[in-house]
Every structure is written in structure tokens, then in C-alpha cells.
Ligand binder design. Structure first.
Ligand code: DGL
Length: 261
């Protein structure tokens, strides 16, 4: 492996079950434009959110091993589902590399301090796992928090369906029980969902704030690299490599399209 000097020039690894983590990568590129990034999407095995926890854990360890083989200096698990299933075990196992996870951005939603419900859209696994439930418990006394599992939505986004009637009807149907009430915010607790934000905005009142965790996660990444003195000191624009477990040109094309949306 590298000495301290060359650590700065190593790329940062990003991982998601598919194309969703690109919504986080997009923020990270804005914040760290001189870094090189390697993004690995496991679209062959997506969606993760309706699988068994042990299976997601195994897939996540495999993905991390793959990124480590690319000699990355830190890894962002840009997937709420994989984070809830595996982050603790990953940090116990890989002690020498910072691993940054993502969880539903409930804290900023609570801190908005607005009346009305806080709806957390996420995969069934994220909402069932203890990581989220512990987080929710810490706010449940003061806020009306509604976990809203959205099975099937990741599959649409993986096919590149991010706007139009199908997404619109899906969202209307999911949110129907709450649309007549006041909704202070919607937390996008799955990294795929920022890509359907436009359709969501069409359905919600303008008073509702839509929140996701990509900026917070990117800031955390920057802090970790600063603490390690591992920021890239180059003044040139960094490179971006996208790899996907699906051996298919169209998923790479979709990935670049989503990154540039
Ligand atoms: N992007 C993943 C997340 O943040 C989606 C999980 C899935 O593949 O179901 O949870």
C-alpha cells in the first residue's frame, strides 16, 4: 500500500446497490472537485432493500473488497440500506480505512422546526433495521414521524424511469393517506430517491421541504480526509470512473446521465 505522501493522490471509493449513490457522488464532486472518484454500482444485485440483511451484508463486504483492490483512500457507502445492514461490521473489520455511511437525514428535518408530519421515504430494510429505529426513537416524543417504505421505487430508477406518469402515480399512491394533512418535510432516506425529486415536488405543497443526506455525507467525507491529512492537493479537476456489476453499456450511460442531470 501507499506511504503517507501518496495517500493524498489516491482515489475515493463510492458504493451503492446501483445508480442511487450517484446522487451523493454529485455532491461530493461539488465539495471536493480535485479528488479522483471510483464509483461502484451493484445493479446486478439491486434492489438491496427487499433482501435479507445477511445477503446485503455479504454483497456490501464484496463491494468494499473490490474498491480496496482499486487502492482507494476512503470509502463512502452511498446506500442507506447497505449502511444499516453492514456499517458496524465493516468498521470493525476494516480498521485502517475510513468508511463513511449514510442514514436518513432525520435530524435536519426535526431542526426545521416546522409543524406537520415528517415522512421518511426509504427501503423496507432501512426502516426495519435498528439503526433507523434508534434514530427515530430519539425524536419520536417531539415529532410526528411516519416511516414510509417504498418497495419498487428503486427498480424504476434503475431502469432510468425518473419522471412521467409511472413515477407520478407511484408517488401519489404512496403519499395518498397523508396529502390532505400538513407535511412539514419529506426525508429521502434512499440515495436513489433524489432522482425523482421533480415528480415529488409536483405532488407536494410548496410548504413541504424535501431533504436528503447527500450534502451531510459529503461534508463528513471531507472532514475525515482533512483529519487524515489526505486531501488531494492538486488544483486540477479530478477524474471520475464508474464501474457497474451489470456487464451492460446502458447502465454506464444511465449513470453518467444521472450524474449530470
Ligand atoms: N440506494 C439504496 C439506499 O440508499 C437503495 C437500496 C436498494 O437497492 O434497495 O437505500
Amino acid at each position: 500500500m501507499s506511504d503517507t505522501l501518496s495517500l493524498n493522490n489516491l482515489p475515493i471509493g463510492f458504493f451503492d446497490s446501483g445508480v442511487g449513490g450517484l446522487s451523493v457522488l454529485k455532491e461530493a464532486i461539488k465539495l471536493l472537485p480535485n479528488e479522483d472518484f471510483i464509483y461502484f454500482g451493484d445493479s446486478k444485485n439491486a434492489p438491496y432493500g427487499t433482501k435479507a440483511v445477511d445477503e446485503v451484508k455479504e454483497l456490501t463486504f464484496n463491494a468494499v473488497d473490490f474498491l480496496l483492490s482499486k487502492n482507494v483512500k476512503s470509502i463512502v457507502i452511498a446506500c442507506n440500506t447497505a449502511t444499516s445492514a453492514a456499517i458496524e461490521d465493516l468498521r470493525t473489520f476494516y480498521k485502517n480505512i475510513p468508511i463513511i455511511g449514510i442514514e436518513p437525514a432525520l435530524k435536519p428535518a426535526v431542526e426545521l422546526d416546522k409543524d406537520g408530519k415528517i415522512i421518511i421515504m426509504a427501503t423496507p430494510m432501512t426502516l426495519i433495521e435498528s439503526k433507523f429505529n434508534n434514530l427515530m426513537k430519539s425524536y419520536a416524543d417531539t415529532r410526528d414521524i411516519i416511516p414510509l417504505p417504498c418497495a419498487g421505487l428503486v427498480e424504476l430508477i434503475e431502469r432510468g424511469v425518473v419522471e412521467g406518469n409511472i413515477v407520478n402515480s407511484y408517488l401519489k399512491d404512496k403519499l395518498k393517506p397523508y396529502l390532505s394533512e400538513s407535511i412539514s418535510s419529506i426525508v429521502l432516506g434512499c440515495t436513489h430517491y433524489p432522482f425523482i425529486k421533480n415528480e415529488l415536488e409536483k405532488i407536494l405543497s410548496t410548504d413541504t421541504t424535501i431533504i436528503d443526506g447527500s450534502a451531510g455525507t459529503s461534508k463528513q467525507l471531507k472532514r475525515q480526509l482533512e483529519n487524515m491529512n489526505a486531501l488531494n492537493s492538486s488544483t486540477n479537476k479530478g477524474s471520475i470512473e464508474i464501474i457497474n456489476s451489470l456487464n451492460d453499456k446502458s447502465i454506464i450511460e444511465l449513470s453518467y446521465k444521472l450524474l449530470n442531470l
